[in-house]
Write a protein that binds this ligand. Structure first.
Ligand SMILES: [Zn+2]
Ligand SMILES: [Zn+2]
Length: 268
């Protein structure tokens, strides 16, 4: 059963394609479930003065949700659309995030850490953020933020949990304990994570998370979903065939799906 739970579209400012183009592409690819999960609008930095094209403007959020649910109805029977949000975790903005999550009947909300303060560690335009910083300290801060995101209880699963490796900056010291503590927190919270295949097209050249982390997830029994993180319709499901092979090798037999914030495991 082919699913893709992590996708974006033109509203976010750095993706192309209308929502309906992703839906049509999904049908063409034989997707059983398509998760729409665009980025939450920026909360803690001013979109007018920050780098352009980070996320949809706040006034577009209701339009996104309305259009997504309209498509869900319109394409019923052809493809099962799940309406989600990639809800950034921003320390100190938990109440604002919560009010956005509560305002709409999401099928699922992904908890992703992109920002450490005003620095978006996932933005290729902001690589100078690494300058003068000890990579290990950055990893510590990143995984602290992931732990805090988990403990808010606001999210259904954590997105690209080791995305801090995206651009290939790696500390000399081992970070296994940091990764495992994050997964222990996910496990204690009864949450899931995703296998995000987009890492294969990034400098790091591996999926998020690593095979080692997946093995630890399997040992703990952490449920997993999968996503391509497509920012263009033609990238929908990209590398998910490899993701499925990897998950089977590691020992997974089921994938997590979400509807109205309820998790259902399906065999794959
Ligand atoms: Zn994006
Ligand atoms: Zn993301």
């Amino acid at each position: 059963m082919l699913i893709d739970y992590h996708t974006h579209h033109v509203r976010c400012g750095h993706a192309s394609g209308e929502l309906e183009e992703y839906v049509k592409k999904g049908i063409e690819l034989g997707l059983v479930q398509l998760g729409l999960s665009d980025h939450m609008p920026l909360l803690h930095v001013d979109p007018a003065t920050y780098l352009p094209g980070m996320a949809m403007p706040m006034e577009e959020l209701p339009n996104y949700v309305q259009e997504a649910f309209r498509l869900q109805q319109q394409y019923k029977g052809q493809i099962d659309i799940r309406v989600g949000l990639e809800g950034d975790y921003i320390e100190g903005y938990e109440r604002e995030i919560e009010s956005i999550i509560r305002a709409y009947p999401w099928d699922y909300v992904i908890g992703s850490v992109h920002f450490l303060g005003e620095w978006d560690i996932s933005d290729y335009r902001q690589l100078d953020g690494w300058n003068g910083r000890d990579p290990y300290d950055v990893y510590v801060k990143y995984y602290e933020a992931v732990g805090k995101a988990v403990r808010t209880g606001l999210y259904d699963y954590i997105g690209h949990i080791d995305v801090i490796k995206r651009f290939g900056y790696k500390p000399e010291q081992s970070v296994v304990h940091l990764e495992n503590e994050a997964l222990d927190a996910v496990h204690s919270a009864g949450m899931a994570i995703e296998l995000n295949a987009s890492g294969l097209r990034m400098p790091v050249g591996e999926m998020f998370p690593s095979r080692r982390m997946l093995e630890y997830c399997c040992e703990l029994g952490i449920p997993l979903t999968i996503g391509s993180d497509a920012h263009q319709p033609e990238r929908l499901t990209q590398y998910l065939d490899q993701a499925v092979v990897l998950l089977k090798q590691v020992g997974f037999t089921e994938l997590a799906t979400f509807k109205q914030r309820q998790r259902t495991m399906v065999r794959f």
